[in-house]
Write a protein that binds this ligand. Structure first.
Ligand code: ADP
Length: 782
């Protein structure tokens, strides 16, 4: 029976062994047990040796043995059966007439399921067997099952005498051990290293290299130094040699000719110690794996790399034959996943993970042990790899979702146990963090590349300043701004090198912690439009757009308009003058009078347009900028008076609230007059007959407030944002009846800005409009 058959499958019969030195009892019990059905195969034996002989190659599932038997007691038989190469029985029952002292303790140590005190009735034995069979069928406990898959020990017999080898190997075979042989010292060393036996029986006198030299080599080789060695010495050997053998690291020595029972007992003891040591060594390896793997994973940012490391290390440590990892696509979507197969010889390529398993883990949030892949409802695959008999599956849960699964497989049924799963779960939860980090890293890198590409190819110069105002980053266009940009990187911009206006603007933006934009002149006389935006760490990003060409063009345009309008002014004045003189030159018929009046009206409009264009062009060119203290109290009163006749014509009520105190503005008197005229003129123009216009001024602290309010047609909300644009006029309604060129408010805005003030407008259709001016005062009478 192979280990995988030694489980509760439906196809293989359950093997029951009954041992009793009273042949009648054995036969009666065997006969009763045979009644349990065709799924049961009962073997009876009359002694321990008989039993071992009968189950030499095939193990048993359930063992019933009598305690007191000649040659070998029931407990001795149980112990032997536990080392059976085909695996220990799943259930063991000891039958005894007396509860002798210490029996139960030993039985417990040997994991006997029950000590049955005589007399035994066949029905009771049948009941016990039925229960055991039932339990076996439903048993899924991984640890219990793993005990079934017991290791077969391999022993190397090193002796130059063939008859010694034959004798020793026969004994070993009888005990169920695997064995290999070596006939000289060198062959022994080679086989120790190549075959990694569980124990070495080492003769001292051997050709090429004697036993002590071989022992010395074994103990100094880290890969084999843990293998127990029993030295076989001749009786005549000097005791000091025995001592030196032990000093060299022999685990035991046996003198020839040896007693078979003694030798076997010593071998058993050494193997038991080795088995325990192996477990400790493996545990240590497993415990070390967690921090080691954590370190390895955190150092990696490539997911494929991560998966490979994870698979390789876990497969090695758990002794699995194959490992697979499935990592779901970050964008989700069923089936969009990729696997990383282990590149070992045992790997048969990509393994599919059954959908049921993925679903089960998503639902339970727990890993899973598949004890028998050929017989598991979750492990259903069309292309099932027949080499896979058991598996352990551990999930990789990220912060939000299941990122993937790690699956280790083995060709042996019941290979994996709960400890394996717990260890894997600890590892995969670390791996999940590493994978999420790797994904974030990939996204960050991608973003960084994208940003670098944008910066590299941007037509604008982009500069980044840190919270201390030091230039920390700039794109290639930005580098071109500085003749020696290396001198400026990580430095604040130097004063008195032509950057002062820019530095001032940066300081302003930093203090207000808001965005700022404006034109600056660079040391090389180019003009840039700078947009300064604050960034989170307290620094600033600046985009500099070269507007030199536009500035030049605007200059040319303004000069042209200024010259053209100036040149047009004279002919227009001439036309206006002569058209007035026409009436004085002689009587005109009614049609001629009509023509003259049309010429005069058109000339008036043209003069006004030319005057407005000239004013704007001059302001743009900064040509007329005067700075003198203008007394506003009198200026405002004069303007109000100017408009009284015009208001009277339309029967409008013009109320003026003068300034109560004298106050002065530093600026250009002509411009300020024009500003007030344009606002009052519009108020009268866009207010129908009989309407009311309020013109009032107030001075407070450092500001002059002027309000022009009317009860006119109002401005549609959709037009409000554009009314200060050049040539913009509201279309439709009563506006069409009013003449104008759309420059009046543009001039207002320009003058107000030239004087460092602000203009605002509020309006309601058919109710009226209010313009509010705020201008800084240079002096206020107290
Ligand atoms: P316009 O020469 O057309 O008056 P403005 O620049 O002075 O040009 O004004 C722009 C537009 O704003 C005008 O066409 C008009 O539609 C609107 N507007 C200006 N002032 C008023 C007002 N007081 N009431 C209603 N609409 C006004």
């Amino acid at each position: 029976m192979t280990p995988q058959e030694n489980t509760s499958t439906n196809t293989n019969p359950v093997r029951i062994l009954v041992v009793d030195d009273h042949p009648n009892t054995a036969t009666t019990l065997a006969r009763a047990l045979s009644q349990l059905g065709s799924g049961v195969n009962v073997i009876s034996a009359s002694s321990g040796h008989d039993a071992l002989e009968k189950v030499k190659t095939n193990g048993v599932d359930i063992l019933f043995t009598d305690m007191i038997m000649p040659e070998m007691t029931g407990l001795e038989l149980i112990e032997k059966m536990q080392n059976h190469p085909a695996g220990r029985p799943s259930y063991t029952y000891l039958v005894t007439a007396y509860d002798v002292p210490g029996l139960k303790v030993t039985a417990h140590r040997l994991k006997v399921n029950e000590v049955i005190v005589k007399p035994v009735r066949p029905e009771r034995i049948c009941q016990i067997a039925t229960n055991a069979i039932e339990e076996m069928k439903h048993s899924t406990h991984p640890i219990k099952q793993s005990a079934v898959a017991r290791k077969k020990f391999k022993i190397l017999v090193a002796d130059d005498r063939p008859d010694n080898i034959t004798l020793l190997t026969r004994y070993l075979e009888y005990e169920g051990y695997e064995h290999i042989a070596a006939r000289d010292g060198l062959e022994t060393l080679d086989k120790v290293r190549a075959e990694l036996p569980d124990l070495v029986l080492l003769d001292v006198n051997m050709p090429h290299k004697d036993g002590f030299a071989v022992l010395e080599d074994i103990r100094s080789d880290p890969s084999v130094q843990h293998i127990p060695v029993i030295i076989l010495t001749a009786a005549r050997l000097d005791p000091s040699d025995v001592q030196s053998g032990l000093n060299l690291g022999a685990d035991d020595y046996v003198t020839k000719p040896f007693d078979r029972h003694e030798l076997m007992a010593r071998i058993r003891t050494k193997l038991r110690v080795k088995e325990t040591e192996d477990i400790i060594r493996r545990r240590n390896r497993e415990l070390n794996l967690l921090p080691e793997i954590g370190k390895e994973l955190s150092a990696r940012t490539d997911i494929k790399d991560l998966a490979n490391i994870l698979i390789k290390r876990t497969v090695e440590t758990l002794g699995a034959i194959q490992g697979n990892m499935i990592i779901f696509d970050a964008n989700g979507g069923p089936g969009q996943n990729y696997q990383v197969p282990l590149s070992t010889e045992s790997s048969s390529g990509l393994m599919t993970i059954p959908k049921n398993i993925i679903r089960h883990i998503e639902e339970t949030h727990q890993g899973l042990i598949i004890a028998d892949a050929h017989n598991n409802s979750l492990w259903q695959l069309d292309n099932h790899d027949s080499n896979i008999h058991s598996a352990v599956i551990s999930p990789l849960f990220g912060r939000m979702e299941l990122l993937g699964l790690l699956v280790l497989t083995h060709e042996q049924v019941n290979y994996f146990n709960t400890d394996h799963l717990l260890l894997l779960q600890a590892i995969t939860s670390q791996a999940a963090i590493a994978i999420e980090n790797a994904r974030l890293y990939a996204i960050t890198m991608q973003e960084q590349k994208r940003l670098a590409a944008v910066l590299k190819h941007a037509a604008e110069a982009i500069l980044v300043f840190d919270a201390q105002g030091k230039l920390s980053l700039l794109n290639p266009e930005g580098e071109k701004l500085f003749t020696d940009f290396n001198a400026n990187i990580n430095q604040v911009l130097p004063h008195d090198h032509g950057y002062d206006a820019f530095i001032h603007m940066l300081d302003d933006a930093r203090t207000s912690n808001g965005a700022k934009s404006g034109d600056i002149t660079w040391p090389d006389q180019r003009t840039f439009n700078a947009l300064i935006t604050p960034i989170e760490d307290g620094g600033q990003v600046v985009i500099l757009h070269d507007v030199t060409r536009f500035k030049d063009l605007e200059q040319v345009k303004n000069e042209f308009i200024a010259t053209a309008s100036h040149d047009l002014k004279n002919p227009i004045t001439t036309i206006a003058g002569f058209s007035t003189l026409l009436e004085q030159a002689g009587p005109l018929n009614p049609q001629q009078k009509d023509f003259v009046s049309r010429i005069q009206s058109a000339t008036h409009n043209m003069a006004e347009l030319v005057q407005n264009m000239m004013s704007l062009a001059q302001m743009d060119l900064d040509a007329t900028q005067k700075h003198e203290a203008i007394e506003m109290q009198s200026l405002l009163a004069e303007i109000a008076n100017e408009f009284i006749p015009q208001a009277k014509i339309k029967n409008q009520k013009l109320s003026f609230s003068p300034l109560e105190k004298s106050a002065a503005i530093s600026g250009d008197p002509l411009q300020l007059r024009q500003l007030m005229r344009n606002l009052l003129g519009n108020a009268l123009k866009y207010t129908p007959n009989d309407g009311a216009i309020t013109f009032k001024a107030e001075a407070s602290d450092s500001q002059l407030l002027v309000e022009v309010q009317d009860t006119g047609c109002g401005i549609p909300a959709a037009d409000l944002p554009f009314i200060f644009n050049r040539f913009y006029r509201v279309r439709g309604g009563r506006n069409n009846e009013v003449e104008g060129n759309g420059l009046g408010l543009a001039i207002v805005k320009s003058i107000v800005e030239h004087h460092g003030g602000q203009v605002n407008v509020e309006s309601e259709i058919d109710k009226g409009t209010r313009f509010t001016l705020l201008l800084p005062l240079s002096r206020l009478e107290s």
